[in-house]
Ligand binder design. Structure first.
Ligand SMILES: Nc1ncnc2c1ncn2[C@@H]1O[C@H](COP(=O)(O)OP(=O)(O)OP(=O)(O)O)[C@@H](O)[C@H]1O
Ligand SMILES: [Mg+2]
Length: 1045
């Protein structure tokens, strides 16, 4: 059950899918075998493997060696996030994984700038090829890349499906068994980017092309082509879809593999070929060769009466000839005859039936085998580091990946198994030398007293096989070259003669009774480091010899097929020197491989196969024990543990456990050695429990380490708290600093802006002032650029000020003093404003008021500055009348008739003679005035007859109405006194239209008396109004002085 990325077991305990620290060890064994308490027990070792396997923990370390058990099912541990987990993380900090090995190797390559290699070993089906693919994938995904590198990563990955199609086959052990050895170099540049790749291939199992054991298949490519190729393609290649029609595909009676789809793999292959840059032509040639091999298998022979051989099937030969661009007749001839030179003469002789079959098979094997080599070369061209990219490529380090056949024991073991197991033996030797040897060396270099642990050195077996002159390969070669009758049996005899008595070599003849029972007479037995294997000598000589005869080679040289013509060279035919024997060739290439590997820093992946039935979850203890033994894992562990179970560099140890000691936590600044010493002292390690080397601490018992680890786990919450606290503090401080910085930035930007603005304002102000002053200087000039601003400003400010100080009433005569430049406008405005005010005022006034005003204006025109009493009258309103209609006698009113009284006022009339005062009412109508004495109209004065009106200039109420003397009805001028003299005179002047006839006299007024006598009224100023007779018959009127104070 999964719960939020964790797995919950039956008891409900939650644990991580892959444990991430050593703490998970209790539940799923130990993740490093060196921590096994009982390190000598094979059972404990296997039990640990089994427990972990059951939990899907397929990887376990022995020190730095990775042991991997094939899960036979997809596990979710190869995803990109998983890759990220392992990137740059220390080997021991995280659960064992193929990615940890990949990453560690990569980092070692980058830090030491030294070539590395990862050696993957294990028996067939144990997961070597899968492991190597995982490693490649890890590099392709996690290494830095640029565009070119991305495509290189792709090409590296895509080389696998091609090589697998042509080099892998279903065997009884493995549905996808690699039938060739592969060593691949990946080159990295100084930035750690993969920039190039190179593949070395070893000994393809060519015999599979012509024969397969029951239940096995030929190479995948044949089935993929028949199943996945389009009908047109098959037609072009003259192939039929049914594999049963091809003799080379029927031997194993197994043309389908349930675990793989040939159709899909065909598509994958086609895609891979195009990624790697194979041209259409290359592809065509390659498929022609593949098809021609199938047709070759169908060539049948018949035996003539005289023992000669002939070809009985025409179509296959024609097809082969067509596909490989050969002449069918010469091919037929070459398959049934043999050329040889005797006494300088070239002779052609027919060959027998068996020889013809083996010649055909040899041709098929050679064609396929050489095409495979061509394929590898072609892939290498595509992966090669491009020179134009980097010229200093020579110095680039590489990581080598070795995925080579595992130790193999079949029912019947032949030459191929001999070679494969020899290879295993060599690799084991390298492993021993580099791992076990170096382990012991480490104690020496670290200066730790130490007793050497014996381990089995398989050098003796390697020597048995490869020793000069007396090794099995040397004997085989000799037997092949020896003139005279040689056979596989004679080879076996020779082996017995030379190697009899060797502790690792047995034959039927040499064996004891018990062994004889399980050995046939054609077999020899080698006691390999991994176990005993019986090899059947049948076919050894033929397979070791280059079995393709010269005639066929010559024919092949004529091929039109580009690939074939590259694979078969003319020199080979003409060269008289014997070619290298297959075993020797293999031995030499293995020796070169060992040289390559010796120069590199190795890492190991040891693959184990949990069962023979390819079942997930099934752990076959017997099978696993066997592999554990022959892989030498126990020895490996024993050596690692002989002295000390655990070692770690001072730095790594201190880094992990420093929280356990106050002196070393959080940092130790002294020497690392002293730091570790202080730490272990604090932890109370006993003397026998550990040793300090030169750069590493060695801990003898796992228990000691576990206790330390437990203490660390117990301490973790505290550490976490401390880390949390300091992290939060750090985070807050950082936040505060960020904010503070931001504030400062904003502040300075704001201040800067403000400063700039102020400076700009000042500059503008200075400019303005300058302009202003200049304008002031030139203010009397005409409007020009020198004074325009100033004048505009003066005008503007005057107008603005004026707008705020305009007089609000028509009486207000104030006006702002204007500067000279706007005088004219000012005056104009003043008039305009006044007119405007007056207009508004006028629009506002009532008719009565207007009338009043008209009268007042008239009064002003007449009396202003003429008469003393005028100013007092200005403030008093003129009334419509001072005598109401009711106050006038009815009779008078009747007399007046239609002439309406417009104005009436009480007056005092003075007689012209004697100046007697009499009270009268003066009534004004539109055309005349009447003086009324109570009920009687005393006098009527027509306005038309009125000659003028005189008043004094003083403060008196005297009025003289001048009447024409010739008018008899009139008795001279009328002298009146009225308290409202201004009002009366104004109204009278208006009604009688006498405005120009009102006389204002300063000292005296003359009047006409009765009968033309002239009278005079003298006016003087006095304290109060008084009318009296004066001198010379004058009337003296005293007018009161106006009190001005
Ligand atoms: N890590 C793995 N996860 C899942 N399945 C695996 C893993 N490793 C191996 N297998 C399964 O086991 C099969 C055999 O593995 P592989 O082909 O790598 O074996 P091998 O060691 O290369 O054998 P040979 O020596 O025959 O080439 C694979 O096809 C695959 O189904
Ligand atoms: Mg393989």
């Amino acid at each position: 059950m999964r719960y939020q990325g964790r797995e919950v077991d039956i008891e409900g305990r939650v644990r991580l899918v892959m444990e991430s620290t050593l703490t998970a060890r209790d539940r799923v064994g130990v993740q490093d075998f060196v921590l096994l308490e009982n390190h000598n027990s094979e059972a404990a070792f296997i039990e640990n493997l089994r427990r972990r396997f059951r939990e899907n923990l397929i990887y376990t370390y022995i020190g730095s060696v990775l042991v991997s058990v094939n899960p036979y099912k997809e596990l979710e541990i190869y995803s990109k996030p998983q890759m990220e987990r392992y990137k740059g993380v220390s080997f021991y900090e995280i659960s064992p994984h193929i990615y940890a090995v990949s990453d560690n190797t990569y980092r070692a390559m980058r830090t030491t700038w030294k070539d590395q290699c990862i050696l993957i070993s294990g028996e067939s089906g144990s997961g070597k090829t899968e492991a190597s693919k995982k490693i490649l994938l890890y590099y392709a995904v996690t290494c830095p890349t640029n565009h070119h590198m991305t495509t290189l990563g792709d090409r590296l990955l895509q080389s696998n499906p091609i090589l697998e199609a042509f080099g892998n086959a279903k065997t009884l052990k493995n549905d996808n068994s690699s039938r060739f050895g592969k060593y691949m170099d990946v080159q990295f540049n100084f930035k750690g980017m993969p920039v190039g790749g190179h593949i070395l291939n070893y000994l393809l199992e060519e015999s599979r092309v012509v024969h397969q054991n029951h239940g096995e298949r030929n190479f995948h490519i044949f089935y993929q082509l028949l199943d996945g190729g389009s009908s047109e393609l098959l037609q072009m290649l003259d192939l039929e879809r049914n594999p049963q029609n091809y003799q080379y595909l029927v031997k194993g009676s197994c043309s389908k593999v349930s675990s793989m789809s040939d159709k899909n793999n065909w598509k994958v292959l086609m895609n891979a070929l195009s990624v790697l840059g194979f041209t259409e032509e290359d592809l065509q040639n390659l498929l022609n060769i593949t098809a021609s091999v199938l047709h070759l298998g169908n060539i049948q022979f018949g035996e003539g009466e005289e023992g000669e051989t002939h070809i009985t099937t025409e179509m296959p030969i024609a097809n082969v000839a067509k596909l490989l661009g050969l002449q069918a007749s010469s091919l037929s001839e070459a398959l049934t005859h043999r050329k040889f030179t005797a006494k300088g003469e070239e002779m052609i002789i027919p060959i027998n039936f068996e020889q013809a079959i083996s010649a055909r098979d040899a041709l098929a094997k050679a064609v396929y085998g050489r095409a495979f080599t061509w394929l590898v070369d072609k892939i290498n061209q595509s992966l090669a580091l491009k020179d134009d990219m980097d010229h200093s490529n020579k110095a680039f380090p590489v990581i080598g990946l070795l995925d080579i056949y595992g130790f193999e024991v079949l029912q019947r073991n032949s030459f191929e198994q001999f070679c494969i197991n020899y290879c295993s033996e060599k690799l084991q030797q390298l492993f021993i030398e580099l791992t076990l040897g170096s382990e012991q060396e480490e104690y020496t270099t670290e200066g730790i007293a130490w007793e050497m642990v014996p381990y089995f050195d398989n050098k003796i077996i390697c020597d048995l096989i490869e020793a000069r002159h007396k090794g099995i390969i040397a004997i085989l070669d000799e037997e092949c070259l020896r003139p005279g009758e040689t056979s596989d049996a004679s080879f076996l005899e020779k082996l017995e003669d030379t190697l009899g008595g060797h502790p690792h070599f047995v034959t039927h003849k040499l064996a004891n009774g018990k062994t004889r029972k399980v050995m046939s007479r054609e077999e020899f037995r080698l006691l390999h480091y991994a176990g005993e294997v019986n090899y059947n000598v049948d076919g050894f000589l033929e397979k070791n010899n280059d079995s393709l005869n010269r005639t066929l080679k010559e024919i092949m040289c004529q091929s039109d097929n580009e690939i074939i013509s590259q694979c078969f060279s003319r020199e080979e035919v003409t060269d008289q020197k014997r070619p290298q024997m297959a075993a020797t060739h293999f031995k030499n290439s293995l020796s070169r491989l060992m040289d390559i590997l010796m120069t590199k820093e190795p890492s190991y992946v040891r693959c184990i196969k949990p069962n023979d039935t390819k079942q997930p979850g099934h752990f076959d203890e017997v099978l696993v024990r066997h592999q554990v033994r022959y892989l030498g894992l126990m020895e490996n562990l024993r050596v690692r543990r002989a002295g000390f179970a655990y070692r770690r560099s001072f730095e790594a140890f201190l880094q992990r456990y420093k929280p356990l000691c106050p002196e070393t936590w959080p940092n130790w600044y002294g020497r690392l050695h002293d730091g570790v010493a202080t730490l272990v002292n604090h932890l109370g390690y006993q003397e026998e429990e550990y040793k300090l080397g030169r750069s590493k601490i060695f801990i003898r018992f796992p228990k000691t380490l576990f206790l330390t680890e437990d203490a660390l786990q117990a301490k973790k919450p505290e550490i976490a708290l401390t880390l949390q606290t300091s992290w939060r503090g750090y985070r807050e401080r950082a936040k505060y600093k960020r904010i503070r910085h931001a504030i400062i930035v904003i502040q300075s930007a704001w201040r800067g802006m403000k400063g700039r603005r102020r400076a700009k304002r000042r500059r503008l102000a200075a400019e303005l002032i300058r302009r202003f002053i200049k304008g002031f200087i030139y203010r009397h000039e005409d409007y020009c650029p020198d004074n325009d601003y100033f004048l505009d400003h003066v005008r503007y400010s005057f107008l603005m000020k004026l707008s705020k100080n305009l007089p609000t009433s028509v009486l207000d005569k104030s006006w702002l003093a204007s500067p000279p430049s706007v005088t004219e406008a000012s005056e104009y405005l003043r008039a305009l404003h006044m007119r405007n005010m007056v207009m508004k005022y006028c629009m506002r006034i009532q008719p009565e008021w207007k009338n009043q005003m008209t009268q007042k204006v008239v009064a002003s025109e007449i009396f202003k500055d003429q008469k003393d009493s005028y100013p007092q009258s200005v403030g008093r309103l003129f009334l419509d009348t001072r005598i109401d209609r009711e106050q006038i006698n009815l009779k008078v009113l009747q007399t007046l008739g239609s002439d309406k009284v417009q104005y009436g006022v009480p007056v005092t009339k003075y007689d012209r003679r004697g100046f007697k005062p009499r009270s009268r009412q003066l009534l004004l109508s539109n055309t005349f005035a009447v003086l009324v004495d109570k009920t009687k109209i005393k006098q009527r004065i027509d306005y038309a007859a009125l000659g003028g009106i005189s008043v004094s200039s003083l403060n008196d109420g005297m009025v003289v109405l001048h009447l024409p003397s010739e008018d008899n009805k009139q008795k001279g001028d009328v002298l009146l006194h009225c308290n409202h003299v201004i009002e009366l005179v104004t109204k009278l002047a208006l009604m009688a239209r006498m405005l120009n006839h009102v006389n204002i006299k300063p000292g005296s007024v003359s009047f006409a008396g009765a009968r033309g006598n002239e009278g005079i009224i003298d006016f003087v100023r006095g304290s109060e109004f008084k009318v009296a007779k004066g001198k010379r018959g004058h009337l003296l009127v005293t007018a009161p002085r106006i009190n001005t104070t």
